[in-house]
Design a protein around this ligand. Structure first.
Ligand SMILES: *[C@@H]1O[C@H](CO)[C@@H](O)[C@H](O)[C@H]1NC(C)=O
Ligand SMILES: *[C@@H]1O[C@H](CO)[C@@H](O)[C@H](O)[C@H]1NC(C)=O
Length: 308
């Protein structure tokens, strides 16, 4: 969901604070081989290269992992259009475009690790299912709405685009013109209308194998070495926040929240999540605070092991 103003100041501060620290141990471990590159997908309202958000993360990774190549996905022709596409796009087309960008970057040809922020965590998971080459090794989803959302994005201040998206979702997320164009409608998961969601969602219902099981997706997804799911304990942006750990409202019963292992998706192993879990490749991490309030010390402590 939304990213910049909340996360960013904090990020910038931490980034300055940690910039002068030496990181010899990591560098020593990697003296013989180049570290695996990292692909980043930003969240709603953000862009690839905002120096206060994804730019700060990229810089942090480059400092911590000497020699690493970081590719922060930019899916529009400009930064402004990249931000707009986080609200208005057809996600099936955007995931295909991301696959092209990744294939066009020669530094990624031997595989990569991926970090998605908020909705970017969901889109990278779709990429793992649909874009077999090059190989995605570890996928880290930070506050990603993996089972969708059922709550309007919370807009801070007079954010015209964000407020327009809220209005459109209120008009009817599954109405074809909205569904085809509004990104958040494509992972809108109305638990009071489970059947309608399954039939009309053009993106989430497909990647979550709601109707039929796509064995190719499953095959690709279970090639991941690790899937790391970070949830924010006080998240008010992703509703319900359990979606970040593959939990969700019970079908047609919003008073019950299923944890990941109570859902049909997991129990029937419809996308391979259970396969990952049974082979100890599924990791759950929880961070205190609101959506995307990232503390870089915590980030390093919990996540650096996956870039080793
Ligand atoms: C992954 O997905 C692609 C595209 O759907 C498919 O062609 C391929 O067979 C799948 N599996 C593997 C292991 O690449
Ligand atoms: C689901 O996972 C939780 C946490 O790992 C565990 O405590 C619980 O027993 C599991 N439930 C089922 C039905 O497997």
């Amino acid at each position: 969901m939304r990213s910049p103003s909340l996360i960013v100041l904090i990020l910038a501060l931490y980034s300055i604070a940690s910039a002068h620290k030496a990181h010899k141990t990591h560098a020593e471990r990697h003296s013989s081989s180049k570290p695996l590159p990292i692909v980043i997908w930003h969240g709603m309202g953000d862009s690839c290269c905002n120096p206060l958000s994804m730019g700060a993360i990229q810089k942090h990774l480059e400092e911590k992992i000497p020699g690493v190549h970081v590719h922060s996905l930019r899916l529009g022709d400009s930064f402004v259009s990249d931000t707009k596409k986080s609200f208005f796009a057809n996600m099936n087309q955007l995931v295909a475009l991301a696959c092209n960008h990744i294939n066009a970057d020669p530094e990624l040809s031997n595989g990569y690790n991926a970090i998605g922020f908020s909705q970017g965590g969901l889109f990278l998971r779709a990429l793992a299912q649909r874009c077999a080459k090059p190989q995605m090794n570890n996928l880290i989803s930070i506050g990603g709405p993996q089972m969708g959302i059922f709550g309007l994005p919370y807009c801070i201040g007079d954010n015209f685009i964000c407020n327009s998206v809220r209005w459109l979702l209120e008009q009817g997320a599954y109405e074809s013109p909205v569904q085809k164009r509004v990104v958040q409608a494509q992972y809108w998961h109305d638990s009071n209308a489970e059947e309608e969601y399954r039939k009309k969602s053009i993106f989430l219902a497909d990647i979550n194998s709601e109707n039929s099981i796509n064995e190719k997706y499953k095959e690709n997804f279970t090639r991941l070495k690790n899937l790391v799911l970070v949830k924010f304990e006080s998240d008010h942006m992703v509703v319900p926040k359990e979606s970040e750990w593959f939990g969700y409202y019970a079908p047609n019963d919003v008073s019950t929240i299923f944890s990941f292992n109570e859902t049909r998706l997991y129990k029937e192993d419809r996308i391979g999540l259970k396969t990952l879990h049974d082979s100890d490749r599924l990791h759950f991490i929880s961070w205190p605070g609101e959506h995307l309030r990232i503390n870089l010390d915590e980030f390093d402590e919990d996540l650096m092991q996956f870039f080793a």
